[in-house]
Design a protein around this ligand. Structure first.
Ligand SMILES: [Mg+2]
Length: 228
């Protein structure tokens, strides 16, 4: 096992109509019994826990109170999301399935997720496009208020799974936002940025990813970069 390869979901694997924002809003409004506006808040690159804490902070609910209600919020969120995904016409990012097929056929890597979604949310979203079964491991947004906590979690879980400690550039994080590029810096990971989400190439370039792609439609190039 040479590499631990970790994909973000929203904007990297798939683009959806709203990504579950309205399910999140409905869950929060039910649990707290007040209006929770989403305007002028960018969810991209943030973890679900971070989003929930931020949104409730904006309407005067303390982090402690929100944290105490996280389980209740998440149950309702998944309830709504499971229905919301049926209304989506999700778009897979260009080339993603071919790249995943090429990677899963190899025996020298572990394929996983590194996503701000809570685990059940990731499962619901990826099942909607038939891709959940590709991933053996992952770090998720449950109880992680910052994305930079996720690479350490992924490293630890992968070690438990394989017995190998993946380090430095053998951990590969593929994502569409500055937060994806920056989150593994402290571990010296390899960051592969793709401009298939909310950020174009030029804005991602400013964060110095190891590799930068418009999209993953050139399968060989993408796999070569990931395995380099
Ligand atoms: Mg993303």
């Amino acid at each position: 096992m040479k590499k631990l390869v970790l994909f973000d979901i929203d904007g990297t694997i798939m683009n959806t109509d709203g990504g579950g924002a309205s399910s999140c809003q409905m869950a929060l409004e039910t649990v707290f019994g007040k209006k929770v506006p989403l305007d002028n808040y960018s969810m991209s690159g943030k973890t679900d826990t971070q989003i929930v804490l931020d949104l409730m902070d904006r309407v005067g609910v303390s982090r402690d109170e929100t944290t105490r209600k996280l389980d209740e919020i998440n149950v309702l969120y998944i309830d709504h999301l499971s229905k919301e995904v049926d209304t989506w016409d999700p778009e897979l990012c260009p080339g993603i399935v071919d790249v995943l097929d090429a990677l899963i056929a190899r025996d020298d890597l572990v394929l996983g997720l590194l996503t701000g979604n809570i685990v059940r949310g990731a499962e619901v979203k990826l099942n909607r496009v038939g891709l959940w079964h590709y991933f053996k491991t992952g770090a998720f947004g449950d109880r992680a208020p910052e994305r930079k906590m996720l690479p350490d979690i992924a490293q630890k879980i992968a070690q438990e799974l394989t017995g190998k400690l993946f380090e430095g550039k053998d951990i590969v994080i593929i994502g569409d936002t500055p937060n994806d590029v920056l989150c593994g810096q402290h571990l010296g990971v390899k960051a592969v940025a793709v401009a298939t989400g909310g950020y174009d190439r030029e804005s991602l370039r400013a964060y110095n990813p190891d590799f930068l792609f418009e999209d993953l439609s050139h399968t060989d190039e993408a796999v070569e970069a990931i395995m380099a």
